[in-house]
Structure formats: structure tokens, C-alpha cells
Design a protein around this ligand. Structure first.
Ligand code: BJW
Length: 251
């Protein structure tokens, strides 16, 4: 276990820090992770039945209702001390930190973090399954507005019949180009990268820690359990993110 005082000094001395967060940072707010053995979503549900476009096309109601259930659950929780510690650090060092998250829950933004790079989208966003099939777009160049979709499981466009889907990145889908590009730039520029509450198994997100290390950054992992990224890191801190981030990022 590295000396937390030394790590804190290194954090405060760094010119640019990139933080990559995963589901573990929201666990203490009550949002389930994906891969924790007993409590993770993938312990209960099969990702191939719910988090792919093929699953949505095969059973739109099941997939839509699963996202409605998660939206309702996330809407009831609050950011925790880990989210708040990052937001407070960013306020004190506005140009010194880029926050990259795999989380779709919006809790970093609700804690006050600015310029968050959400690699996997936002669960509360709606978008069309097939924007290119919108008949209005074909005639006027503008896609129908999802807020005017007819309620349903999933909601549908009254004009073109398009189905609404959640604005998240499913397996096999490309990440939003500009967000990923900005995250890669931050990883290459960082002199310190913190990987917090992520198992480090999902790519290209997990590759950002390797990218940072190869570009010369010090990599620090904060997690309750061993992760795939521990081998990339110079320091691994074992424990809950809310506690460790509060200690590491405090003035
Ligand atoms: C705590 C804690 C506490 C608990 N404190 N810690 C290269 C190699 C292999 C495979 C691939 C590859 N490149 C691409 C792939 C395929 C795939 C992939 O990575 N598969 C692997 C799983 C094998 N990747 C993709 O498909 C991506 N797309 C892509 O690559 O496109 C390329 C392409 C090119 C050309 C054509 C088409 C495509 C997209 C990935 C999308 C991921 N989507 C999800 C679902 C989002 C929507 C939703 O929420 O429903 O994103 S999957 C899920 O995993 C979610 C998460 O963001 C992501 C990462 O999970 P995370 O955050 O790490 O959570 P967990 O649960 O895994 O870990 C939690 C951790 O917290 C644990 O370590 C705990 O110990 C810890 N913890 N409590 C601190 N209190």
C-alpha cells in the first residue's frame, strides 16, 4: 500500500490529472455496478439480452423497461463523497483535471463537475433507434423530436414509427467520437491518471490507462478489489472510492 501522504503530494503537484471513473464510484450512492459477483447487474441479467442493439431489436419492450427501471432507480440516488471530492478538486484546479467517466448515471454532473467526458453516454437521454429512417428528415432535413414521441414500451414516433432508445453505448457500438478523442488527448497529456471504481475490462475505455502510462503518466488505481488495470499502475489503493478520494483530493 503506497503512502497516502506522498500520493496526495504527487496529486497536488501534478500539472494535469486525468480521472477515469467506473461504476464503483457510484456504488456508495446505491447504484449497482455491472460485474460485482453478488450485487452487479450482470450477476442478475445477461448483458447480451439487454445491452446490445440486437437485444433491443429482438425484444424492445424488455430492454426499454429495463432502462426505465434503472432510470427510476438512479433518479432517486444522490452523488456521494467521492463524486463531490472530484468536483471540489476541479473547482480548485479548473485547468488541471479532466474527468472521464464510463458511467451513464450523471452523478458527476449532479455533483458539480464541469466538462465531464461521458464515454458511454447518458441513461436519461432519448434518441431514435434509426434516425436515418426518419421520414421527416428525408423531406425537411430535420429529425423528428424525441420529446414528441408517443408514450409506449418503447415510445414511438407518431409520424415515422421510429422507436426511442436510451442514449447509452451498447456493446459493439462505437463511442461518441469527439468524447473519446478528448479523453485520449487528456490521457496522453496527463502526468497522473487515477482509475477509480472500474474493473478495467471494457475497451476502449480501459485502454486509456495504458495510453496514459505509455505517455509517461503515473497511474494510480482506487478500487475495493483487484482489477485488470492494476498491472498498468505504479500505485494501487484498496478501499472504497468515497473514503479514499476524500483523503487523496482534500487540500
Ligand atoms: C468499487 C466500489 C467502491 C465496487 N469503491 N471501487 C478489445 C479487447 C476486447 C474486447 C474489445 C476490445 N475492443 C472492443 C471490445 C468489445 C467490447 C468490450 O470491451 N468487451 C469486453 C467486455 C470483452 N467493447 C465494446 O463493444 C465497445 N465498443 C467498441 O469497442 O466499438 C468498437 C467498434 C468498432 C467498429 C464497429 C463497431 C464497434 C462499447 C462498450 C460499451 C459498454 N457499455 C456498457 C453498458 C452501458 C449502458 C448501460 O449502462 O446499460 O457500459 S457495459 C458496462 O461496462 C457499462 C460500463 O460503463 C462498462 C464498464 O464497467 P465498469 O464501470 O468498469 O463497472 P464494473 O462493474 O465492471 O466494475 C466496477 C468496479 O468497481 C469493480 O472493479 C469493483 O471492485 C469496484 N467497486 N464498489 C471503489 N465502493
Amino acid at each position: 500500500m503506497p503512502d497516502p501522504t506522498t500520493l496526495r503530494q504527487q496529486l497536488h503537484a501534478a500539472r494535469h490529472i486525468a480521472i477515469l471513473t467506473g461504476a464503483g464510484i457510484s456504488a456508495e450512492s446505491g447504484v449497482p455496478t455491472f460485474r460485482d459477483a453478488q450485487t452487479g447487474l450482470w450477476a442478475q441479467f445477461n448483458p447480451e439480452d439487454l445491452a446490445t442493439e440486437a437485444a433491443y431489436r429482438a425484444n424492445p419492450q424488455r430492454v426499454w423497461d429495463w432502462y426505465v427501471y434503472r432510470r427510476e432507480m438512479i433518479a432517486k440516488v444522490e452523488p456521494n463523497a467521492g463524486h463531490r471530492a472530484i468536483a471540489a478538486f476541479q473547482q480548485r484546479h479548473p485547468d488541471g483535471l479532466t474527468l472521464i467517466t464510463q458511467n451513464v448515471d450523471g452523478l458527476h454532473q449532479r455533483a458539480g463537475s464541469q466538462g465531464v467526458l461521458p464515454l458511454h453516454g447518458n441513461i436519461f437521454d432519448d434518441r431514435w433507434l434509426e434516425p436515418q429512417a426518419c421520414t421527416r428528415q428525408q423531406t425537411t432535413g430535420e429529425v423528428c423530436d424525441t420529446t414528441r414521441a408517443q408514450p409506449g414500451h418503447p415510445p414511438r414516433c407518431a409520424d415515422c414509427g421510429n422507436r426511442v432508445r436510451p442514449g447509452v453505448v451498447w456493446f459493439g457500438e462505437v463511442l461518441p467520437f469527439a468524447v473519446l478523442h478528448a479523453a485520449e488527448q487528456a490521457a496522453r497529456r496527463a502526468d497522473l491518471m487515477l482509475g477509480v471504481g472500474t474493473s478495467g475490462v471494457v475497451y476502449p475505455a480501459a485502454g486509456l490507462a495504458r495510453m496514459a502510462r505509455e505517455a509517461g503518466a503515473q497511474v494510480v488505481i482506487v478500487n475495493t478489489e483487484p482489477t485488470e488495470l492494476d498491472v498498468v499502475a505504479q500505485s494501487v489503493l484498496r478501499g472504497p472510492a468515497a473514503v479514499l478520494l476524500s483523503q487523496l483530493l482534500e487540500e
